[in-house]
Design a protein around this ligand. Sequence first.
Ligand code: SF4
Length: 273
Amino acid sequence: MPTANAPFVPPGSGWPEDPASPSTPVAHGAGEVVELAAKAPGLDELCARQSVCRACDRLVEWRERIAVQRRRAFADEEYWGRPIAGWGDPRPRILIVGLAPAAHGGNRTGRIFTGDRSGDWLFASLYRVGLAAQETSVRAGDGQRLIGARMAATVRCAPPDNKPTPLERTTCLPWLAREVEDVAASVRCVVCLGGFAWQGVWPALRQAGYGLPRPRPPFGHGAEVLLEPPPSVERRDPVLMLGCYHPSQQNTFTGRVTAGMLDDVFVRARDYA
Ligand code: SF4
């Protein structure tokens, strides 16, 4: 018999890798996202605040409904049902950016790119090139860790049909912009998984102080752009931005993305960084 399920895991209730506590402040609207992201005293607290956000009514309703209904294959599992915080090395050389968590992937496991097919492809590649400690990422607390890398999403909650609205992207942006700013001192390469992540990361980079080319170069697999680091960063050599096709089921089934293609991008990122 499936266990009863709550719409979300209460902060600080013992879920592995939960960054938040019962006293973590919660954003209930776009203005509070701006304020709480700006005033977070550090990266840990920023991630805690990301993970309890309730600013987008539609996405909160969706992520919590999925967490209660669950997919049959996961009927006995508790779902995370909260936003997915940035995860990985706090001083990364490589920042990997995706669009949004999957309803039964990150929204279930509480860790970005974890528990779905896309993540299986991604972590296998990261492991092969030495950026992940294990070949798979199954659940929070499984021992997986990133080596010199960090992952973040442009939208932190699973959206219906994987399509956040423009307003939801804008509302979530301050979380990413502040995270990009906080890790800028060490980041040498930004990898964007898919065209939506490529689009979504530009405003966050701009807000974090990066010098960006005009016009913006188009997304493509293996596309490369050199960015000027923010003025606050000591190292002045350019930061490399790389495009990578998303390892979605559609892309991997059709052969649009192969393991070799993913490895090529992450080898390039690793060697540059
Ligand atoms: S998408 Fe972002 S801003 Fe909207 S509720 Fe989720 S974490 Fe908050």
